[in-house]
Design a protein around this ligand. Structure first.
Ligand SMILES: [Fe+2]
Length: 303
């Protein structure tokens, strides 16, 4: 276990599908990431009044406006934000949670929300819909782990994610009921009785599984904002789970990742480790042409 990862975090995630770890990231890391958020989402449009599109008693819904400031890595900013989703302690958390040494990152997005930009209230949902074409397994290691990390202070007025522990949602009908009729108003209201909040100071981490019922909540703080990063890991070789094919985003500034990441971090994107038969004199020299400033000494040494 590292200093930030406690056995009880992993146990709670395994049993209930979700765990909140306040202040997982520290001030220095947070400040550097916040600077990058300000670079990539410069048109901050906070408003004094929140938007509330709901009729009285209604539950929220997922809308496109909620994703207005939402971007895949890599970003045109420093390595702080570009590498935060593969921070060594996140990799380690994922390894322990999924009981494997080899993990792959398959989603990493920066997401900024501003009061008055949208009604951010969502209905309870599970994420498996766009993480697999099948359904969640009861063996959590065959699914995946999602981290949402807040890089700004998130109170109840700053749109914290709300979630329901597996035990509670199972008692309400769980994933089965969600699949049968996700808009079931009664179901949504029942789940609300059990919802917990991921609210916490900047640096707070929410880890959850693809079978966990959760929802985004609205930002009501006048001129409030929320900076969050998502980071999803699966066990290497688990072809049932997916989201981002990294080469699909080949036009993005990948050198920002390659020039600063360790071989272990790059391996999370599917780059073979030093010593892998993939690395020959030829592949190394071609890779140097693609990423001239990539420091490849470990790959050269171990070929
Ligand atoms: Fe979600």
């Amino acid at each position: 276990m590292t200093e930030r990862i406690k056995e009880e975090h992993i146990e709670l995630w395994r049993k209930e599908g979700a765990v909140v770890v306040p202040e997982f990231f520290k001030r220095k890391e947070i400040d550097a990431v916040v600077e990058d958020f300000q670079i990539i989402f410069p048109d901050r449009q906070t408003a004094v009044r929140p938007i509330d599109n709901k009729e009285k008693g209604d539950v929220g819904k997922t809308t496109l406006e909620q994703f207005k400031n939402f971007e895949n890595i890599p970003f045109e900013c420093s390595s702080s934000l570009n590498l935060i989703s593969v921070h060594p302690d996140l990799i380690e958390f994922a390894r322990q949670a999924l009981k494997t040494e080899e993990v792959r990152l398959y989603q990493a997005q920066a997401w900024a929300k501003f009061t008055g930009e949208a009604d951010f209230d969502q209905a309870f949902h599970c994420d498996f819909g766009n993480h697999t074409l099948t359904v969640p397994s009861r063996d959590e290691c065959l699914n995946s782990i999602t981290f949402i990390i807040f890089f700004s202070e998130v109170t109840e007025a700053h749109g914290p994610t709300h979630y329901v522990n597996r035990t509670d949602s199972d008692n309400c009908g769980g994933v089965k009921r969600f699949l049968k009729k996700r808009e079931d108003h009664e179901y949504q209201k029942e789940l609300m009785k059990f919802e917990r909040s991921a609210a916490g100071p900047a640096g707070t981490l929410l880890a959850y599984g693809i079978d966990v019922l959760h929802r985004g909540t609205n930002l009501t703080e006048p001129n409030g904002y929320r900076y969050a990063m998502t980071s999803c890991f699966k066990k290497a070789g688990n072809d049932a789970i997916g989201y981002t094919a990294w080469p699909w985003h080949f036009n993005k500034p990948w050198h920002k990742v390659f020039e600063h990441a360790t071989p272990e971090q790059l391996n999370c994107f599917g780059v073979p480790l030093p010593g892998d038969p993939f690395w020959t004199e030829e592949t190394i020299s071609l890779a140097k042409l693609r990423y001239p400033k990539w420091e490849m000494s470990e790959y050269i040494m171990k070929q």
